[in-house]
Design a protein around this ligand. Structure first.
Ligand SMILES: Nc1nc2c(c(=O)[nH]1)N[C@@H](CN(C=O)c1ccc(C(=O)N[C@@H](CCC(=O)O)C(=O)O)cc1)CN2
Length: 296
């Protein structure tokens, strides 16, 4: 079998177009402009790139972008004061603090200081609890993007065997909860899982989110399975570097039914879903119907 390549870039563009349509309607019919505030602390080069893209795409879909860049030596108190200000600002419907934070700042404390209704990352403990108990929540962007791609690819996921490799709070755990919500039979695998190959071999859906370059070889993949590769790993390639996922793409594509590439798969969906979450947060804050097709 030769897998269908799931084009995350094209899919993300479709999601952003849908978001732009909702934003237009909110402006025209309600006189409301959704606003997203992004906070960057320090000068991590990758974070700089992501934050710049977030700001540009926020403006492109017609929303208001509020960017806050703080120096690496910002104190916890200063950061919490900014979050408090954004929580109280009616023009701001979504707040995101870019991760990772410099090591002297407590990420959990900062994230949990965000108003859960504005927590468009879905990382606040209230949103984690709501998602874990199957209630309406803000859903973390990367897992939401993976779910959208799986639904588009497979339609119903009910009864399918899914393995999530990786147990991070940002991807692995919320992904597993979303798949449970779709009535999949879910296994969360990780570095200590015994016979990971066998666990992966029985899965109809494989979501790899461990951050280890090409650790899932093609011969672990069941014929026809759908493979979602969340890994973004930079490896040496001659004089330069290149990006690879957590899955060995060529050999996995020879067995899978469909597979996401790296780059151009899950990555672009993360920012598209952030914009989708901001529109959702804006609608909820104003007691309006939620945008169809943009939530879990
Ligand atoms: N507060 C948050 N911090 C971080 C998150 C997050 O969701 N919320 N996720 C990541 C970084 N991230 C967005 O913030 C992100 C990562 C990757 C991509 C992306 O489009 N990747 C491209 C490749 C880009 C490249 O060439 O390096 C791809 O996969 O095609 C977008 C957003 C950590 N922090």
């Amino acid at each position: 079998m030769s897998a269908q390549i799931i084009d995350g870039k094209a899919f993300a563009a479709e999601v952003r177009a849908k978001v732009a349509g909702h934003v237009d309607r909110l402006k025209e019919e309600q006189g409301i402009t959704p606003g997203l505030a992004v906070v960057l602390v320090g000068e991590d080069p990758a974070s700089e790139v992501y934050v710049r893209s977030k700001g540009r795409m926020t403006v492109e879909v017609g929303m208001a972008s509020f960017e806050h860049r703080l120096t690496a030596d910002t104190s916890e108190e200063e950061l919490l004061t900014l979050v408090e200000k954004l929580n109280a600002d009616p023009k701001v419907h979504g707040i995101l603090v870019q991760l990772p934070l410099p090591p002297h700042l407590d990420s959990n404390l900062v994230i949990n200081s965000i108003d859960p209704a504005k927590d468009v990352d879905g990382f606040h403990i209230s949103n984690v609890g709501l998602l874990g108990t199957g209630q309406k929540s803000m859903v973390p962007c990367t897992p939401l993007g993976c779910l959208m791609m799986l639904r588009e690819q497979l339609g119903s996921l009910s009864g399918l065997d899914a393995v999530v490799i990786g147990r991070s709070n940002i991807v692995g755990k919320p992904m597993a909860n979303l798949l449970l919500g779709e009535s999949c039979t879910v296994t969360i695998a990780h570095s200590r899982t015994k016979d990971l190959a066998e666990v992966v071999r029985r899965a109809d859906i494989v979501v790899a989110a461990v951050g280890r370059p090409e650790m899932v070889p093609g011969d672990w993949i069941k014929e026809g399975a759908t493979v979602i590769d969340v890994g973004i790993n930079r490896i040496p390639s001659g004089e330069k570097t290149r990006l690879v996922g957590d899955v060995a793409f060529e050999s996995a594509a020879a067995r899978a039914g469909a597979i996401t590439p790296v780059p151009g798969g899950v990555g672009p969906m993360t920012i598209a879903c952030l914009l989708a979450n901001t529109v959702t947060a804006c609608c909820r804050a104003n007691g309006l119907a939620e945008p169809e097709g943009l939530t879990a």
